[in-house]
Design a protein around this ligand. Structure first.
Ligand code: BEZ
Length: 344
C-alpha cells in the first residue's frame, strides 16, 4: 500500500467519479483504476462498488475512507510542521477573536515589543474554531479566544476568567443601578451576537427548566437587516453563550434578537433597542449612549484561552505568555500562572 494508491482512493471516494478523480490527481483513468485495484488486492478488501451507479463505496470502503482521510490530514499537518521547524518564519502570527482586541491585547503586544524590539508581529482576526485549523496549517503561531478546544495537536492555557457586564441604553430605567441581577434583566430584549456556540459536551444532558420573568416568550415582528428575531428554543438556550448564562440561573429572557457581531449588538443597545452582556473590557465602547454595570453573579464570566500547537515552533511564544502575565501583574488582575507542556 502506498501514498499514491491512498490519494487515488480518497479522490474517488470524495468525487464519486473515476474520470473526475483521475483529472484531479493528474492521472489517466486506466492508471487510476490500476492503482485502486492494486490497493484492494493488497488489502484483500473490496472498497469500491463498481457495479452500481452512481459509484459508491462498500461498507468496508466507507470505514476505510473515514479513518484514512483523518490520518492523511494529520500527515499533512506533520509535514507542514516539520517544514516550519526547519525554516521558522521570523514574524509571530497571532490570531484573536474581536472581543480580545478591545481588552488587553494592544498592551500585551506593546509589552512584548519592548522586551523584543526586533520582533515582527502580525495580528489576524479569526474565530475561535478557525484558530485551531489555522494553528495546524501554520497560518497562525498562537491564538487567543474564548472557547475551550480538545484537540490532540493543541495545547490550551486558560489565562483568566473575565467578568461579564450588562450594557444598557443610557435612558434605560436600570442604567444607573450598580450590581445588577440577571433575573432583573430578563424582562428586556436581549441582543445575542456570538458566532460560536458552546460545544454540545458543555450542554447539560437535560435542559434545565427555564422561567421567564413574564412566564411567556414573545417573538418580535419584522426582521431588520442583518438581524433575526425568533422564539427561543430549549436547545438554543443552552448552546448560545449568553442564554447559557441565564439558563444557569433557570432564567429565560423575555425576547431575543440575534445580530452578526459584538459591534452591531452594542450599536443596537446604543440605539435603545435592547440590552446585552459583554466582557468587562468592552465597557469603554460607545459610553455616550451606553451604561455598563457590574453583575452580582461571580460566575458570569467569559474565559480567555491561549492556544498553540503542542510542539510549538515559534521561539517568541513563551515571550508572549510572559508579556501577558506582566500586564496582569501591573494591572492587579487575578490569574493562575501556567507553563507550556514543553517547559514543565
Ligand atoms: C486578556 O484580556 O486577558 C487578554 C487579552 C488578549 C490576550 C491575552 C489576554
Amino acid at each position: 500500500m502506498d501514498l499514491k494508491q491512498l490519494n487515488a482512493f480518497i479522490a474517488v471516494a470524495e468525487l464519486r467519479s473515476f474520470s473526475a478523480a483521475a483529472t484531479k490527481i493528474g492521472l489517466s483513468q486506466p492508471s487510476l483504476s490500476r492503482l485502486l485495484k492494486q490497493l484492494e488486492t493488497d488489502m484483500g478488501v473490496m472498497l469500491i462498488d463498481r457495479y452500481h451507479r452512481p459509484l459508491h463505496l462498500t461498507e468496508a470502503g466507507t470505514f476505510f475512507y473515514d479513518k484514512i482521510s483523518t490520518i492523511l490530514t494529520e500527515m499533512d499537518t506533520v509535514v507542514g510542521m516539520t517544514q516550519r521547524l526547519s525554516a521558522p518564519s521570523s514574524a509571530l502570527n497571532i490570531g484573536f477573536v474581536p472581543s480580545i482586541l478591545y481588552g488587553l491585547l494592544p498592551e500585551i503586544i506593546a509589552t512584548l515589543k519592548q522586551s523584543n524590539p526586533e520582533i515582527d508581529v502580525n495580528l489576524k482576526d479569526i474565530s475561535s474554531y478557525q484558530q485551531i485549523e489555522a494553528l495546524k496549517s501554520g497560518d497562525i503561531d498562537i491564538g487567543f479566544g474564548r472557547f475551550a478546544h480538545q484537540d490532540p495537536w493543541i495545547q490550551q492555557i486558560l489565562l483568566r476568567h473575565e467578568r461579564y457586564v450588562v450594557a444598557l441604553p443610557k435612558a434605560h430605567p436600570l442604567a444607573n443601578v450598580r450590581e445588577q441581577r440577571l433575573i432583573d434583566l430578563a424582562n428586556n430584549r436581549l441582543i445575542l451576537y456570538h458566532q460560536t456556540h458552546l460545544p454540545v459536551s458543555t450542554v447539560p444532558e437535560t435542559v434545565p427548566e427555564t422561567v421567564s420573568s413574564t412566564g411567556t416568550h414573545k417573538t418580535l415582528g419584522q426582521n431588520k437587516k442583518n438581524t433575526s428575531h425568533h422564539q427561543v428554543s430549549a436547545t438554543e438556550q443552552v448552546k448560545e453563550p449568553l442564554l447559557y448564562l441565564f439558563a444557569q440561573y433557570g432564567i429565560s429572557p423575555f425576547m431575543t434578537t440575534t445580530v452578526s457581531d459584538l459591534q452591531v449588538a452594542l450599536g443596537l443597545v446604543a440605539a435603545g433597542e435592547g440590552i446585552t452582556l459583554v466582557p468587562a473590557s468592552l465597557k469603554t465602547v460607545r459610553t455616550e449612549q451606553i451604561s455598563y454595570q457590574r453583575l452580582i453573579h461571580e460566575n458570569v464570566t467569559s474565559p480567555i484561552y491561549l492556544h498553540t500547537l503542542k510542539d510549538f515552533v515559534h521561539p517568541n511564544i513563551p515571550d508572549l505568555l510572559r508579556a501577558t502575565y506582566h500586564v496582569y501583574e501591573q494591572r492587579g488582575i487575578t490569574y493562575r500562572r501556567q507553563k507550556f507542556e514543553s517547559q514543565r
